[in-house]
Design a binder for this molecule. Structure first.
Ligand code: C2O
Ligand code: CU
Length: 489
């Protein structure tokens, strides 16, 4: 069967008509998704130490390029104390090891697939030629290998890499296929921001666990029909940071750069410090540094989004405990990570008032406006998540865009949908309820849409002709075909 036949064959009965038409849908506040409950015994929050994923060294370098090698394989990790969790991991790790590359210096990452399933690797936020972008149908079979080529013609930014296999991104990312890829450059280094062990990537995800410690994830056989628990988006009841449940981390009384990434399948977060004596000083977003630091009381993160903040733990002093909490979670889903301030320390870091320059994309120079609608089908052959009223068809081109043109894209939604665009970041121009929101600054590649909202962004694609994607980054919505293709030329 081709995809359309599969989708047609799903029909209403397999899915349960009660969940359609916008009636009878009940989701936790601020979420689109079905909460799963763990059967396993869970640790008390803030008892497990925070892991920091290791940085991968290049396997070799030549005059122009750094070469890296990663093996995707199964492993068993102790995520919950005393239990083993089978994962699919880059180098057998979850999160995968961190890649650190430099703007302007190409990197080649060779992925070997030692798993029993096909994979595709997408560098989220990467300015990447189409043949290395990890298209969902461009898979590496079990036993295969592939070189992903990243020219790295882009600014310093917190990127991440994750699986993007057609129809299976949700389950494969849930099993562990996600890691950080940090891009740095001379501009960033010159700023004097916190570095070394005071620059910490924090991958925030949610999971549910079976009694035996394995991840709990609903059945997702697109041929047999899928359950509501899968269809709406999967919410776990355990918050993992860098793969550890509600971890605790010791810090000195100094400034720390925290690179917050929401790598959850469907869960949104509103993060705040408790006590809130010092602000979260936002210095960057998806596409790198902001022009100026912005003091935030809270940081809103939808799946796929990143926010770089600096926290000055000197405001608390030795002995203090500072907790990052989630205002969009109830019970322990409202807990994230705790920092324990150990001692005073010298601190040469700075947060300059001018961080970077951001070239504006003037909307009055836009050559056209396109509307993209993110909506669930009420009726019809495909009862799932649609983009512009259609399920994703990899053989169809949904838009042709000229490289170098500025366009305005208007995204509209029925429920919460984090909208992600490949190839190049965009700038948020307006939300229906007014100007850009407090979390829309800088270059973005993922934007959080609330129910019945519309967001206008300015896009401009450069350098690489080919097929690229835009899609909802609620991974179950993505797998259920809320995705479209644009072609650049
Ligand atoms: Cu992070 Cu197309 O995805
Ligand atoms: Cu969605």
């Amino acid at each position: 069967m081709n995809r359309r036949q599969i989708l047609g064959a799903l029909g209403f009965s397999a899915l349960g008509a009660a969940s359609f038409g916008g009636l009878g849908l009940t989701f936790p506040r601020g979420q689109t998704g079905e909460p799963l409950r763990s059967g396993a015994r869970l640790p008390r929050p803030y008892t497990v130490p925070l892991p920091i994923p290791p940085v991968v060294r290049p396997s070799r370098s030549d005059a122009t390029t750094d070469f890296y090698e990663l093996v995707q394989r199964e492993a068993e990790l102790e995520i919950l104390p005393g239990l083993r969790t089978p994962v699919l991991g880059y180098d057998g790790r979850f999160p995968g090891p961190t890649l650190v590359t430099r703007g302007g210096r190409p990197a080649v990452v060779t992925h070997r697939n030692d798993l029993t399933v096909p994979i595709s690797v997408h560098l989220h936020g990467g300015h990447t030629p189409a043949d290395s972008d990890g298209h969902p149908t461009d898979v590496v079979p079990p036993g295969g290998r592939r070189d992903y080529r990243y020219p790295m013609r882009q600014r310093a930014a917190t990127l991440w890499y994750h699986d993007h296999r057609m129809d299976f991104t949700g389950p494969q990312v849930n099993r562990g296929l996600a890691g950080f890829h940090l891009v740095t450059d001379d501009e960033e280094v010159a700023l004097g921001l916190p570095t070394g062990d005071r620059d910490i990537p924090l991958m925030i995800t949610d999971r549910a666990f079976e009694e035996d410690g394995s991840f709990r994830y609903p059945a997702h056989d697109h041929h047999a029909g899928v359950t509501d628990a899968y269809m709406e988006g999967v919410l776990g009841d355990v918050i993992l940071v860098n793969g550890a449940p509600w971890p605790v981390h010791e810090v000195t009384a100094a400034r720390y750069r925290l690179r917050l990434l929401n790598a959850s399948g469907a869960r949104r977060y509103r993060l705040r410090l408790d006590p809130s004596r010092t602000p979260l000083v936002q210095i960057g977003s998806d596409g790198g540094l902001l022009e100026r630091p912005v003091e935030q009381d809270t940081v809103l993160l939808a799946p796929g989004e990143r926010c770089d903040v600096v926290v000055d733990f000197a405001a608390f002093g030795p002995g203090a405990e500072v907790t990052l909490r989630n205002g969009l979670g109830t019970g322990n889903a409202g807990e994230v990570i705790r920092f324990r301030v150990t001692s005073r320390a010298s601190d040469e870091s700075r947060i300059p008032q001018q961080l970077s320059r951001i070239e504006p994309l003037p909307p009055d120079r836009a050559v056209r406006t396109r509307t993209w609608t993110f909506r669930r089908a009420a009726t019809g052959a495909h009862p799932g998540w649609l983009l512009d009223g259609r399920p994703f068809d990899p053989a169809r081109i949904d838009a042709d865009v000229r490289l170098g043109d500025i366009e305005i894209w208007r995204f509209t939604s029925d429920l919460y949908h984090p909208v992600h665009v490949h190839l190049d970041p965009f700038q948020v121009l307006a939300r229906r309820r007014g100007g850009p929101g407090p979390h829309d600054a800088g270059w973005k590649d993922t934007v959080d849409l609330s129910p019945s909202e519309s967001v206008e962004v300015a896009v401009r694609f450069t350098d690489y002709p080919g097929r690229y994607l835009l899609h909802c980054h609620n991974l179950e919505h993505e797998d259920m075909a809320m995705m479209a293709t644009f072609r650049t030329s």
